[in-house]
Design a binder for this molecule. Structure first.
Ligand code: FAD
Length: 204
């Protein structure tokens, strides 16, 4: 799409529950009629609704099936999507800085870049507060992102495998969940369910 220099540019950073909906509505309302340019920036390539993360962690939900691909969604709702992690903001020049994008080998695929805006919306969400509890950041797993939920699931399956081939007297897989809010309680229930499913498939 081609925009004139006068076209107002909305940049929404963070395609979570708030940012994705905002970009979608702005796109449908203004982007569709070329009344504004809307760009959504997110560090991830896809959106998974956070209230589903405990199911991804337990393995009862395949995150691939539950995710919204930002690029596809942007195409369908008249906005642009740019992958990248926000690392800087210059309010005088009205620009944001996005970190270089690297591949799994740590090689730079896209260099650091700057994006200018007329209106900037920061919707980068929040992360779990460990209240500075000693050892928490080092030893606990957190459940704030897709990657963390997937990592939890991989670790869980590896621990199950480890237990499977350990002497029965040495089997001792225990999961402690800190936080008995909706996520903690639902995670406990999903893990119980997952343990029954894994047993059904031969992992004890
Ligand atoms: C496990 C879990 C379960 C939950 N369950 C419920 C529930 O049942 N009901 C309920 O009402 N709420 C629930 N919540 C809370 C709800 O998910 C949040 O309130 C909501 O997601 C916040 O929306 P948001 O748009 O502010 O941020 P988020 O949805 O967190 O989205 C933030 C986005 O910003 C991106 N981002 C972060 N940093 C950067 C950066 N530097 N650069 C670029 N992009 C960045 C992330 O990739 C993400 O896509 C739950 C939260 C969690 C973690």
């Amino acid at each position: 799409m081609h925009y004139s220099n006068q076209t107002h540019h909305f940049v929404v950073v963070g395609g979570g529950a708030g940012g994705l909906e905002l970009a979608t509505k702005l796109g449908n309302k203004l982007g569709k009629r070329n009344k504004a340019r809307i760009t959504l920036v997110d560090a991830a390539l896809t959106h998974v609704w956070k209230p589903l993360l405990h199911e991804v962690a337990a393995g009862s939900l395949n995150s691939d099936a539950a995710q919204v691909d930002f690029r596809v969604h942007a195409q369908q709702h008249y906005f642009e999507y740019q992958p990248g992690r926000l690392t800087g903001l210059n309010r005088d020049q009205k620009t944001i800085t996005l970190a270089p994008i690297k591949n799994s080998a740590g090689e730079t695929v896209v260099a650091e870049r700057h994006l200018s805006y007329d209106t900037l919306v920061l919707a980068v969400g929040s992360t779990t507060n460990d209240f500075g509890t000693k050892g928490a950041a080092e030893f606990c797993q957190f459940l704030d992102s897709q990657e963390q939920a997937r990592r939890f699931h991989r670790n869980l399956l590896n621990r199950y495998l480890q237990e499977e081939f350990a002497d029965s007297s040495e089997r001792n897989l225990r999961v402690a969940i800190i936080g008995a809010g909706a996520t903690g309680v639902e995670l406990a229930a999903e893990l119980r369910y997952a343990s029954q499913q894994l047993e059904y498939y031969g992992l004890h």
